[in-house]
Design a protein around this ligand. Sequence first.
Ligand code: CUA
Length: 351
Amino acid sequence: MRKVWRKLAILALGQAAALLWAGAALAQEAAAEPEGPFPQTLLHPAGPQAEVLYEAMTWDIAFITFIGVLVSIATAFILIRFKDRGEDREIPQSHGDPRYELIAWLVLIVGLVVMALHPLKAEAVFERQPEEADAIDVNVVGHQWWWEFQYPQYGLVTANELHIPVGKKVRITTWSEDVIHAFEVPRLGGKNDSLPGRKTRFWIEADKPGVYQGQCFELCGASHARMLTRVVAQSQEDFDAWVKKQGSPAPTPSGGLAAQGKQVFDRICAACHTVDGTKRSPVTYAPNLAYMGDRTSIGGGILKNTPENLLAWVTDPQALKPGAKMTVSVKAGSLTEDDARAVVEYLEGLK
Ligand code: CUA
């Protein structure tokens, strides 16, 4: 067993160095500007709730890193200080010293209390609902595999892209109409499960305009990874304009391919979908398509909204999103290629 102490001491010091390195890397990442168009990161909060969670997280990580480094260094110290010197020593047995035991308990209790402070504050974020009369209410409904957003105050329904005004609290009530999903837009606030048969509430708020991306955070079936969301935070003016537009009747194409597309839509697609922004679709598992042409993404946020992508979607949705409940497609034989092209022209023109 001789010389094992040396390896163990090196291991302990290596652990301390690794912890410090990881902590420094995280701090560096937090200090840098967020990268990419839609970073899904907790390190760059863009609203008050996300701020509280960020504080709790960084505080805990710093505290845990500190304790981890301390223990690693203490371990190395003890291994070296009391290494096997080859002497055949009798080590005196001790039954402990109540003073040291008391100190150890106190350190432990104080440490745990300190660690709990910030998370308790963060927990309160979920429990408290903003009472502000002018807060926006949104029902967030999880479906396999897309999000439905209902605005009871405005009588609006939309899907996948949540519009909110900047600097206003958004009271969210969430549930699911199939399996368990979880809604989270990391830069705006915490994660919340969307449960079948039970409503839970939380709130988000964005400090400045922008598009914030989120992702379903609960494994919910084959296309769980393809269940994205975008929060479009805009000025009050832009938001009001959006509300007004969503509530107005869908534009009717005057002629051409789009008019043909409207006929296809009314004959086939309208059995499940609606383009009326004031009501839910005839079947709840089909997203509302009001003002489709204004949306930036399709297919639950997985594809950019372009005519090519929308054509690919109606041609073969299963190829893009395995298990999708959209059964009408060119591939399935329920749409002709001409129908598909026409309906794409119609939907893209809804703006
Ligand atoms: Cu919905 Cu994962």
